[in-house]
Write a protein that binds this ligand. Structure first.
Ligand SMILES: [Zn+2]
Length: 398
């Protein structure tokens, strides 16, 4: 598998990046290559995969074979010339941006380019943006900046205008199904279910295709609309959504945490002896603490992401309910996002009106905004389940 195989339904992007990587290998570099790139696309479309594939292709003598030492090191996150940064807290601070800019000036140690991937570049504060702008305007000769954001509006226009834009699109269910079957060996039926349920989010589709417990948690969330009969059940349902997101987050970050911990212990050389031991133990303790803090903040962020996924699943459910209420679904349930939940969907459709369904959709959107504004998840979910039980026009945008 080459590094490009991870990108689903993005053939034109792959073509451009392959050309850029080929031009980057010429002396002087050809016109397909440049120092600053803005990679945009909806969540799950593969922004990080695209940036990672391009970074590997710039290191690999075969343009991203996926198998050589360079490609493997980039995919493991251990290549010395490829740095991937994510915000530690909610935003990138000015000091983070300054440190990044000074590291970018360091010449690459193995290859020709020093690649810096900034994930969630929409979380750069304005000052951090400005610090970065200077570095992008006058890039060190070997530096390549890859900024990943959901959309072009997420970075300052001054930065945007200096970057070449790579726009990923939401892959179709058919493309995701094909990927799951041919690249991951998933059965056709499971692949189709996962692709439909994930609505274009490739990572989510993979998790649903591979992991029965992820499928179960999804079913649990989608059965919530039928369970909201009184206040007690609303509270229980809210708790269920929050716990499902927590479990999803642990199953995503757990294996990464373990690998990082093992790598760190290895790097510090377990089994140091004699004089070096005490300093070594102190050093390793500090490094472990730092790693654990970083992992904790990643877990919290992943929990929020998973909570949002659950809400998107619920939106898909009510989209199905609405489609049934408006008579847009055939009697064989073809065209439903949640075909396997057809009984529940039809039950909800019969129990209420289309206007109520739209009000419930609005309630979910309000909950997503609340989470984005860092409202405590349990509170936001309780308010949501109460609104789902008795929809009202509160804050509706009908
Ligand atoms: Zn390679």
């Amino acid at each position: 598998m080459t590094v490009w195989d991870l990108l689903v339904g993005q053939s034109s992007v792959v073509e451009r990046l392959q050309l850029a990587a080929a031009d980057a290998g010429k002396i002087p570099a050809g016109p397909g290559m440049t120092h600053a790139w803005l990679v945009t696309g909806p969540p799950g479309s593969g922004r990080s995969s695209a940036a990672g594939a391009f970074a590997a292709a710039l290191m690999c003598s075969a343009g991203g074979c996926g198998e050589c030492d360079e490609c493997v090191a980039v995919s493991k996150g251990s290549h010395p010339d490829v740095e991937v940064v994510r915000p530690e807290g909610v935003t990138y601070k000015t000091a983070d941006a300054r440190a990044l800019v000074s590291r970018a000036a360091i010449a690459p140690s193995r290859g020709r380019w020093h690649v810096i991937v900034i994930e969630d570049a929409d979380r750069l504060t304005e000052t951090a943006n400005n610090v970065l702008l200077k570095a992008i305007e006058e890039p060190p000769p070997r530096a390549v900046w890859l900024l990943c954001t959901p959309s072009v509006e997420d970075v300052l226009p001054t930065i945007r205008s200096r970057c070449r834009h790579i726009m990923l699109r939401t892959p179709s269910p058919a493309e995701v199904t094909d990927y799951l079957v041919t690249k991951m060996g998933i059965s056709e039926q499971t692949a189709r279910f996962a692709a439909n349920a994930a609505q274009g989010h490739v990572g989510r589709a993979k998790a649903l295709a591979r992991d029965e417990s992820a499928r179960q948690r999804r079913r649990d969330v989608l059965s919530i609309p039928s369970e909201l009969v009184d206040l007690g059940s609303c509270m229980a349902a809210a708790q269920k959504i929050v716990s499902a997101a927590k479990e999803d987050a642990v199953s995503i970050t757990g294996p990464i945490d373990e690998r990082e911990r093992a790598d760190l212990l290895l790097a510090w050389g377990e089994g140091a002896q004699g004089k070096g031991l005490r300093g070594g133990v102190r050093g390793v303790k500090g490094a472990l603490k730092e790693l654990e803090d970083r992992q904790k903040s990643r877990r919290t962020r992943t929990e929020r992401d998973q909570l949002d996924r659950a809400l998107i699943d619920l939106l898909g459910f009510y989209r199905d309910v609405l489609a049934v209420q408006l008579g847009a679904v055939e009697s064989d349930d073809a065209g439903l996002i949640n075909e396997e939940m057809a009984v529940e969907v039809r039950g909800q459709a019969a129990a209420g009106s289309a206007v109520e369904t739209l009000q419930r959709v609005n309630a979910i959107e309000r909950a997503r905004l609340a989470l984005e504004a860092s409202v405590a998840p349990a509170l936001a979910m309780e308010s949501l389940t109460i609104d789902l039980r008795r929809p009202s026009l509160r804050g509706a945008r009908l």
